[in-house]
Ligand binder design. Structure first.
Ligand SMILES: [Zn+2]
Length: 299
């Protein structure tokens, strides 16, 4: 009787020790996998840079975007408290003029403080059109620069970044092929947009972008320009105006009414709206929606 009791007690103790070891070891694993203090911290200026960086770094980095969700980034200026956070990070990625002039001003100072700074648009931006991410080919070059930066800052995780980078390039190639195939022989070759964000995309696939406003959505069109656009749409048999998601399409609406056109949304993917964020949209899902809209508008 006494022997059995002793044996039960021993089993109990052994079970407790076993459970303790299990708890300690999983806690250890989890902190190794999840702890943010071992990860490099990267800040990006606008959403497409955030999305590509996140896709290459995944759980191995902490990445934050400076331009908030729902905000149109062309005229955005971050607060001092947001800027001070960049100073505590390991790397800062921005696009370059004329997209994020506030970032250009920080560049020298950040570099001096030992933060790795990458201006992605350098050598990729032609003239003063910053919308390079809307061309999958240019996006591949952007991804390469971001990959190189992550490896430079965090060499020990190179294998992971390389694998994720390769996958991202594969996806961009697939996207490029879809655009090429679907836009090769549409009836119309001209499309009318609200702000001129799709120049690289148009050039890439042999299309012609005509815009109500200029390269920035804040530019106001002249009456003469609107009148010319109405004539242009009638001549070419254009049926749609392509407006965007982060800016109220006031001029687009006026033009559509005047010329009897319908409005569709073509997304410049400069930032997500709250709804897009909630729906887990990303660069690829939005680019594919854009392709569907273009196909409809060029039919
Ligand atoms: Zn823009």
């Amino acid at each position: 009787m006494k022997g059995k009791l002793y044996k039960n007690r021993l089993t109990q103790i052994l079970v407790i020790i076993f459970v303790l070891i299990l708890i300690l070891s999983t806690a250890g694993c989890q902190s190794k996998k999840m702890s943010n203090k071992d990860k490099i911290v990267v800040y990006t200026s606008i959403y497409p840079l955030y999305d590509f960086t996140k896709k290459i770094g995944q759980d191995y980095i902490v990445v934050e975007n400076i331009t908030p969700t729902g905000v149109e980034p062309h005229e955005f200026e971050p607060s001092i408290s947001k800027i001070s956070k960049i100073y505590e990070s390991n790397a800062f990625i921005y696009l370059g003029e004329p997209m994020d002039p506030w970032a250009e001003k920080l560049r020298g100072d950040l570099a001096q403080k030992g933060i790795a700074v990458l201006k992605v648009g350098e050598g990729l931006i032609e003239g003063n059109d910053p919308h390079i991410w809307l061309s999958p080919k240019k996006s591949m070059q952007m991804a390469k620069k971001i990959y190189d930066l992550l490896v430079k800052v965090d060499e020990k995780n190179k294998a992971v970044y390389e694998k994720n980078y390769d996958r991202l390039i594969e996806e961009l190639k697939k996207l490029d092929d879809e655009y090429k195939k679907e836009l090769a022989s549409t009836r119309l070759r001209d499309f009318v947009v609200s702000h001129a964000a799709f120049g690289y995309l148009a050039k890439e696939y042999g299309l012609n972008q005509v815009s109500i406003k200029g390269l920035s959505p804040q530019e106001e069109p002249s009456l003469k320009h609107i009148k010319n656009l109405i004539d242009f749409c009638r001549e070419r048999g254009i049926k749609y105006i392509l407006a965007e998601s982060l800016e109220t399409p006031k001029e687009a609406q006026a033009l559509a009414e005047e010329a009897g056109l319908k409005i569709l949304t073509l997304n410049p993917i400069e930032g997500l709206t709250d709804e897009e964020e909630k729906a887990n949209e990303d660069y690829f899902s939005l680019m594919r929606k854009n392709l569907e809209v273009l196909k409809e508008a060029l039919k």
